[in-house]
Design a protein around this ligand. Structure first.
Ligand code: PGA
Length: 231
């Protein structure tokens, strides 16, 4: 399987012309990388504009709701994202658990809605790997299209408590445990940069990475993708 790099822009950049610039620079370079799959996940308001601009680049959303339509103020449906041309949706990111109190039950419902809409879910799993996987994946029938992420909260570059990346060994242990429960692509997320991505893939056993901060710097992100491509 080709390594998968998912860029999570989070709530950045604020300005749509900056989003278009970042997207344009990255899209231009990554379209020539044939041995790697890259998915860019911009904030919702930019998705339409960016997909129209460069339809060959895979675009994902950072979240969605668990119903497809109806009276759910402020929410975005998986079928809307599919119709827009999105391919992936990140679910259960640790920031959503922390700031919006997302529970495993909510993530489980979102996961089923995303699969039903024909999108690929990129499901984040934190420190309590077995427990979280059981709760989130429990009653999901068809798990073959799922991508998982080992995303320890303490390793996120913007976390308040002295962030540090997991070591490739930390990553390996968690990923092996996860893979013994469900054998699907498993990414690592937490302070991934161009100088450590290759080790997470080669020594850590990761199928790729979920990249936050480093995906906002075009030059750094392009370097990261090239490193992953040759890892
Ligand atoms: P980071 O974010 O790359 O900025 O650490 C990763 C994540 O939020 O999963």
């Amino acid at each position: 399987m080709k390594p998968l790099i998912v860029a999570n822009w989070k709530m950045n950049p604020v300005d749509s012309s900056d989003a278009a610039k970042l997207f344009g620079r990255v899209a231009n370079e990554i379209s020539s990388q044939k041995h790697i799959e890259v998915v860019l996940c911009p904030p919702f308001p930019f998705i339409f504009q960016l997909i129209a601009h460069e339809p060959d680049i895979h675009i994902g959303a950072q979240d969605c709701f668990w119903e497809q339509e109806g009276a759910f103020t402020g929410e975005v449906s998986p079928v809307m994202l599919k119709a827009l041309g999105c391919s992936h949706v990140i679910l259960g990111h640790s920031e959503r658990k922390k700031y919006l109190f997302e529970t495993a039950e909510m993530i489980n419902k979102k996961l089923k809605a995303v699969l039903q809409a024909g999108l690929t879910p990129v499901v984040c799993i934190g420190e309590h790997v077995e427990q979280e996987m059981k709760e989130v994946l429990g009653d999901v029938d068809n798990t073959s299209n799922i991508v998982l992420v080992y995303e320890p909260e303490w390793a996120i570059s913007t976390s308040e408590n002295a962030p540090r990346p997991a070591t490739p060994q930390d990553c390996k242990e968690a990923i092996e445990k996860m893979r013994s429960i469900l054998d699907v692509p498993i990414l690592y997320g937490g302070s991934v940069v161009s100088t450590n991505i290759a080790r997470f893939i080669k020594e850590g056993g990761a199928s790729g990475a979920l990249v936050g901060s480093a995906s906002l710097d075009a030059q750094e992100f392009i370097a990261l993708v090239k490193e992953a491509d040759s890892a």
